[in-house]
Design a protein around this ligand. Structure first.
Ligand code: GDP
Length: 196
């Protein structure tokens, strides 16, 4: 998609604030610092639109970005915070779980992992959880430019092995926000989900 127009529609702290209407939604999940804002900014051709790394302890919101009046990108705050209190993490987790499992507009989830490392336990839990609920998942391995091209296949198989990747329920792409490798394929996946 050629993107010219993006607006932050709402930073929601509760479900009553989610946008009305039936535009499809694509959610982006991953550990903080994995490259989530870099990916979304690449997809929408912006240098810095989606906020970079929400700081630990900051108010956590589900951010709905309306892209070309056709789709919402939903930025789900990075998991893996140490500093957020257990209580607020649980409350927050429940809101995210509810959003991901019960939102009719949600057509797919882009789940980011770092191409250089084995997925964390949280990455694995998130992947299992999403596939359990039958949500189409695109696993995007970020920062691919940081490993040599000759090692991409190995990195991909290691990530898939750790996730017990289910190729019937999910897809995989390598991505670099630095070289923009993977941008078209990620967009193709999103557009296919929008049409589902
Ligand atoms: P977020 O917390 O998941 O939103 O992560 P950011 O997008 O803010 O990225 C975290 C850090 O990783 C920043 O310093 C980015 O410049 C860097 N980064 C993100 N994506 C890439 C990438 O594809 N390649 C490289 N080399 N660095 C990246």
């Amino acid at each position: 998609m050629e993107v010219h127009n993006v607006e932050l529609t709402i930073s929601a702290v509760q479900p009553s604030q989610y946008p009305e209407g039936d535009l499809p939604e694509i959610a982006f999940v991953g550990r903080s610092n994995v490259g989530k804002s870099s990916l979304t900014n690449t997809l929408i051709n912006r240098k810095a639109f989606a906020r970079t790394s929400s700081q630990p302890g900051k108010t956590q919101t589900l951010n709905f970005y309306k892209v070309e009046e056709q789709v919402y990108f939903v930025d789900v705050p990075g998991y893996g915070y140490a500093k957020v209190s257990k209580q607020s993490r649980e409350k927050w987790g429940q809101m995210i779980e509810k959003y991901l499992s019960e939102r009719p507009q949600l057509k797919g989830v882009v789940s980011l992992v770092d191409a250089r490392h084995a997925p964390s336990e949280e990455d694995i839990a998130m992947y299992n959880w999403l596939t359990y609920f039958g949500i189409p998942v695109l696993v995007v391995a970020t920062k691919a430019d940081k490993i040599s091209r000759g090692k991409w296949n190995k990195a991909e198989s290691q990530i898939k092995h750790s996730l017990e990747f289910d190729a019937t329920a999910s897809d995989f792409e390598m991505f670099s926000s630095q070289t923009k490798f993977g941008k078209e394929n990620v967009w193709d996946w999103i557009e296919a989900r929008m049409a589902d």
